[in-house]
Design a protein around this ligand. Sequence first.
Ligand code: SF4
Ligand code: SF4
Length: 118
Amino acid sequence: MSEFGLGRMTFGSIFKKPETVLYPFEKKPAPAGLKGHIVIDVNQCILCGICQRTCPCDAITVDKPNRSWEINRFQCVQCGSCIRACPKKCLSMDPAYTSPAPHMHTDSFSVPDPKKEA
Ligand code: SF4
Ligand code: SF4
C-alpha cells in the first residue's frame, strides 16, 4: 500500500465507528453458522440413544431407565452429527460458546415421561 493510501485509510478511520466493542459489557452478534454448543428440547426427546451412538467423541450419554440425557461439552467438537441423526429433531446448535469452567463436567437434563404427565 502506498503512503498516500495508508494516510487516507488512517484519516478515514477517525470518522468510522470503532471495530472493537467493550466486551463483556457489549457483545457482537454471532456470525451466521457459528458453531457454539448443543442444546436439547427435552420435551421432544424419546431417549432412543441414536445421538449417543452417532457421536464420534462419546460426549453424549443417554440413560433411558433414569430418563436422563447428558453431554460432556468439553469432549464435544461441535461436528453436528447428533443434530443430523436425531429422529425427533430435538437437538440444535446454539451460537454461543460453552462457558469456561475450572473442571470438566457433564450437563445433565431430565427427560419428562409423557405417560406420567397425561
Ligand atoms: S437422538 Fe434425539 S430423540 Fe434420540 S436420544 Fe438423542 S436427542 Fe433424544
Ligand atoms: S456435535 Fe458432534 S461431538 Fe458434539 S455431541 Fe454432537 S455428535 Fe458429539
